[in-house]
Design a protein around this ligand. Structure first.
Ligand SMILES: NC(=O)c1ccc[n+]([C@@H]2O[C@H](COP(=O)([O-])OP(=O)(O)OC[C@H]3O[C@@H](n4cnc5c(N)ncnc54)[C@H](OP(=O)(O)O)[C@@H]3O)[C@@H](O)[C@H]2O)c1
Length: 325
């Protein structure tokens, strides 16, 4: 039996398109190819097979038509492209993914007809600067639960990081759901299914959501410093820049894969020492000399301090402080 629920993507820009592309590929090609990791199992009862991609401009409609237009005539999966008709899309949908910029979300959610159309539905948001509570206020204003007849929606906040474009986002999902003690199991599974399309999914409580999201969003920036430092000396010794950076980046990717695979082998426990010792053993002594320099310079503490500053310092516009190297 094929499922038949509808997912409306309100704001099918970079993230929305990346998610839609993989979901469609996994639905239309049950055997995944190397570009699309396997998505977790999901009950047919909730699996979306119809998608409504909402955008604002004609330019975006043309982009989506070029990429997904052939799914408009297909019954499984099916894609409809909608320009601006958000209220209609939300009404037709079983689930809603809000993936536009925060300012756009504020405007969209100001439509008072949405509260009724969203009743009892799952509303997933990728808006980085909006908490589930803020979204709830935008939809229901200050109305108390008792003062409204309408059943509210389940609002779940998801924070992807910049690696979503290569399907390697370390996406965080808040376990705190606005207007509910817990998220129904089917909704949780659907959330995991949707965000697994762009990487991994980690559920964390709302109380540490900011810290967790800064960890996943700041870490890539800090890693680039290590990459540049490693490549710099390789270039000074005669390697071409593309080769030096490729070697360093591939080594970083391999290290990350090893660390993650050890976690799976060790039932959830990471074994970073093991990965480091193995790398040192194959470096014929040079690794020990290199690591001694990092220890002396207290590089580990410096990274920790960089994270601390990143978690504490925000500029007046709420953006993280940033300076060029
Ligand atoms: N990009 C990232 O690296 C990243 C990482 C983590 C989190 N996020 C968060 O994810 C959200 C989406 O980011 P993004 O980079 O995917 O944004 P984006 O590429 O700018 O996409 C936003 C989309 O919303 C559409 N839109 C705007 N107003 C609309 C309206 N009234 N009705 C229907 N559609 C409307 C836009 O359509 P038009 O193009 O036609 O105007 C566009 O397709 C943001 O809140 C961001 O904070 C982004």
């Amino acid at each position: 039996m094929r499922g038949g629920t509808t997912l409306a993507i309100i704001g099918c820009g970079q993230i929305g398109t990346a998610i839609l592309e993989v979901l469609l590929a996994s639905l239309s090609q049950p055997c995944p190819n190397h570009q699309h990791q396997t998505l977790p199992n999901l009950s047919m009862k909730v699996k979306p097979t119809r998608f409504i991609a909402c955008v604002n401009t004609q330019e975006s409609v043309s982009r989506l038509r070029k990429q997904f237009g052939h799914f408009a005539r297909s019954s499984f999966p099916n894609v409809q492209i909608s320009q601006g008709r958000v209220a209609e899309a939300v009404q037709q949908a079983d689930f809603v993914l809000l993936a536009c910029k925060t300012s756009q979300a504020v405007e969209i959610l100001g439509d008072t007809s949405l509260a009724e159309s969203l009743a009892g539905k799952l509303l997933l948001s990728t808006c980085a600067d909006l908490t589930a509570r803020q979204i709830e206020q935008l939809i229901y204003h200050d109305a108390t639960i008792e003062s409204t007849e309408t059943k509210r929606c389940y609002i779940v906040q998801a924070r992807a990081n910049s690696s979503f474009s290569v399907r390697q986002s370390a996406t965080l999902i808040s376990t705190t759901v606005a207007m509910a003690d817990t998220i129904p199991r089917d909704f949780e599974d659907l959330t995991t299914w949707i965000f697994s399309s762009i990487g991994t999914v980690t559920f964390v409580p709302e109380s540490v959501m900011n810290e967790a999201s800064i960890t996943s969003s700041l870490a890539p920036a800090l890693f680039t410093v290590a990459l540049e430092g490693i490549a710099k000396e390789a270039m000074a010794r005669g390697l071409r820049e593309p080769d030096a950076l490729h070697l360093a980046a591939q080594a970083m990717k391999g290290t990350a894969e090893l660390v993650l695979s050890k976690k799976d082998e060790n039932k959830g426990l990471f074994a970073i020492d093991e990965v480091r010792d193995k790398a040192l053993a194959t470096s014929e002594g040079s690794g020990d000399r290199g690591l001694a320099v990092l220890r002396q310079a207290m590089v580990k503490d410096t990274f920790a301090e960089a994270m601390r500053q990143g978690m504490e310092k925000r500029d007046p516009n709420n953006a993280y402080l940033y300076s060029n190297w």
